[in-house]
Design a protein around this ligand. Structure first.
Ligand code: ZN
Ligand code: ZN
Length: 86
């Protein structure tokens, strides 16, 4: 199982992502931004049916994609991005 403190690689360039926790107690979701290529997107922790276990999924615009194995999962879309202070 992945440790929460483990750096998460950028899906585009493999650089280190800065994660900001959003969501609530039931949904673990992050706003992620890459320090290297300035990619930004939503990541959510979901149970993966491909590699099994709880993994980070990237929002593709239509579905969530596992960063580890590429497995696609349908689920509710990410929360709208809040301005500072939310
Ligand atoms: Zn990147
Ligand atoms: Zn997976």
């Amino acid at each position: 199982m992945a440790k929460p403190s483990e750096p998460t690689p950028c899906p585009v360039c493999g650089g280190e992502l800065i994660l900001r926790r959003i969501g609530d107690l039931k949904v673990i979701e992050y706003q992620a931004r890459c320090q290297a290529c300035s990619w930004a997107g939503a990541l959510r922790v979901l149970r993966c049916g491909g590699c099994h276990g709880d993994h980070l999924f990237e929002w593709t615009g239509e579905a969530w994609r596992c960063l580890d194995c590429g497995h696609l999962r349908g689920s509710s879309p990410p929360r709208p991005q809040n301005p500072e202070g939310g």
